[in-house]
Design a protein around this ligand. Structure first.
Ligand code: BTN
Length: 246
């Protein structure tokens, strides 16, 4: 991955730019990196604060030969790969918050947004965008309670180029294992080891009802296993519900 690298000092959103390149036929593995975004996107239609000079904003374009229903698992592959790279390079105990946020001391340090262009039975391309709060020293007031950066937590500044390379190297490895296995079985156990939800109470919000349970981690399909008080266990799909409680 990352053989074709596009760097922009400024763009609207690396995801949007990667999708444009995807429409123009860019190859599997194309990587888009930006120094700042003026229309950074978060999940659920939110914006992603993307000031210049401090953070990592990047998106990878993939053309996986997989059925479209496997694409959501790619987001978990990226979360796991990014967590491994951060754990290797920074002296910081980052954790995954299911399905794909990276957190530290209950504050968010990294977010992932996956977008896909697909027909019923095949994927045209997938764009996985990742934003890592690397050297951010302060956040807008509305984020200050919920966001932090590697720099703020470790007191040391992060070499962004080295971390980008580390994330991509790990992702390439994990991606290949994932495609070979067809599911997350090669690293479900490793993912669960650093999953902040594991063994903790989670609140599952579904339209019209709300239930509390204890999370037992993910299964090989990336679903969160939740044990309820009545002894039943349910596998919850990403996107169907939100998980609160941490
Ligand atoms: C989230 O947690 O809400 C997802 C945030 C994803 C942010 C990254 S930054 C690089 C890429 N380009 C975007 O516009 N969004 C993603």
């Amino acid at each position: 991955a990352g053989q074709n690298l596009f760097y922009y000092e400024e763009t609207d959103s690396t995801n949007t730019q990667a999708k444009r390149l995807g429409e123009e036929g860019a190859a599997h593995g194309t990587l888009v990196v930006a120094g700042q975004q003026n229309a950074g996107k978060g999940r659920r239609g939110k914006s992603w604060s993307s000031p210049p000079g401090s953070s990592i904003y990047m998106s990878i374009l993939l053309r996986p030969e997989l059925p479209p229903d496997k694409a959501p698992m790619l987001t978990l592959v990226m979360a796991y790969a990014a967590a491994l790279a951060i754990l290797e390079q920074e002296d910081i105990g980052v954790k995954i918050k299911w399905p794909n946020d990276l957190v530290l001391n209950k504050k968010k340090i990294c977010g992932i947004l996956t977008e896909m262009s697909a027909e019923v039975d095949y994927i045209n391309y997938v764009v996985i965008g990742i934003g890592i709060n690397a050297n951010t020293e302060s956040f807008p007031e509305e984020l200050s309670e919920t966001a932090t950066s590697l720099r703020l937590e470790s007191g040391e500044s992060v070499c962004r180029a080295r971390l980008i390379a580390g994330v991509m190297e790990r992702f390439e490895q994990c991606y290949e294992e994932f495609v070979r296995a067809g599911d997350l079985s090669p690293f479900a156990a490793g993912y669960n080891d650093i999953l902040v939800n594991c063994g903790r109470e989670v609140r599952i919000l579904e339209p019209g009802r709300e239930r509390n349970g204890i999370s037992a981690g993910i299964d090989n399909g990336g679903r969160l296993l939740v044990e309820y008080e009545d002894g039943t266990t349910e596998a919850v799909f990403a996107g169907e519900v939100s998980v609160r409680g941490i």
